[in-house]
Design a protein around this ligand. Structure first.
Ligand code: ZN
Length: 178
């Protein structure tokens, strides 16, 4: 488990920095990926970027309910269409906003085994990947919110869980999360 850095934390400046490429997928990076997945699931998120756990490397993980996706050095090579929908962020607890994103993307990167990978993603998965790649460039969803309008999200407290479990989803789906 890693601690998720929020914009309210003293070390929040990492959220605004550009993360550097991972030259190789080392054992350390695989360990980081495992911890990121664990942290994302424990926080009920659907995506997480390495700088959110204090590591300024270009590594993202996601799971929109279809199994874990890992991308090292992700690069968006094509975007098309448009989707407008609610988004939140584990690093910006308590608020959400409407963000316009591409509906379909082609993304390249490497797997946790260092193999090259090309992926076509649509709808929610495209949104999550675009949100996480933004994190690698120091961009937060609040920078992209339509009309700058943020609204408050209330989460049910889960007494048995660590505090992060009560925070909003990494990116919110169409399932009424917001
Ligand atoms: Zn986020």
């Amino acid at each position: 488990m890693r601690r998720i850095i929020t914009i309210h934390d003293p070390d929040a400046s990492i959220l605004r920095r550009r993360s550097r490429p991972a030259p190789r997928v080392t054992r350390e990076i695989r360990a980081l990926i495992r911890e990121m997945l664990e942290t994302m699931y424990a926080s009920n998120g659907v995506g997480l970027a390495a700088p959110q756990v204090g590591v300024p490397l270009r590594v993202i993980v996601a799971d929109i309910g279809k199994g874990p996706l890992v991308l090292v050095n992700p690069r968006i090579v094509r975007r098309s269409g448009e989707q407008v929908g609610p988004e939140g962020c584990l690093s910006i607890p308590g608020v959400a906003g409407i963000v316009k994103r591409a509906r379909r993307i082609v993304v390249t990167g490497q797997t946790q085994n260092g193999r090259k990978k090309t992926l076509i993603a649509e709808d929610l998965l495209a949104r999550v990947i675009l949100h996480e790649v933004d994190h690698l460039n120091g961009v937060l969803f609040i920078d992209r919110v339509e009309g700058g309008m943020l609204y408050t999200v209330e989460r049910e407290e889960k007494a048995a869980r660590p505090m992060s479990a009560s925070l909003p989803l990494g990116v919110m789906g169409d399932d009424g999360a917001v």
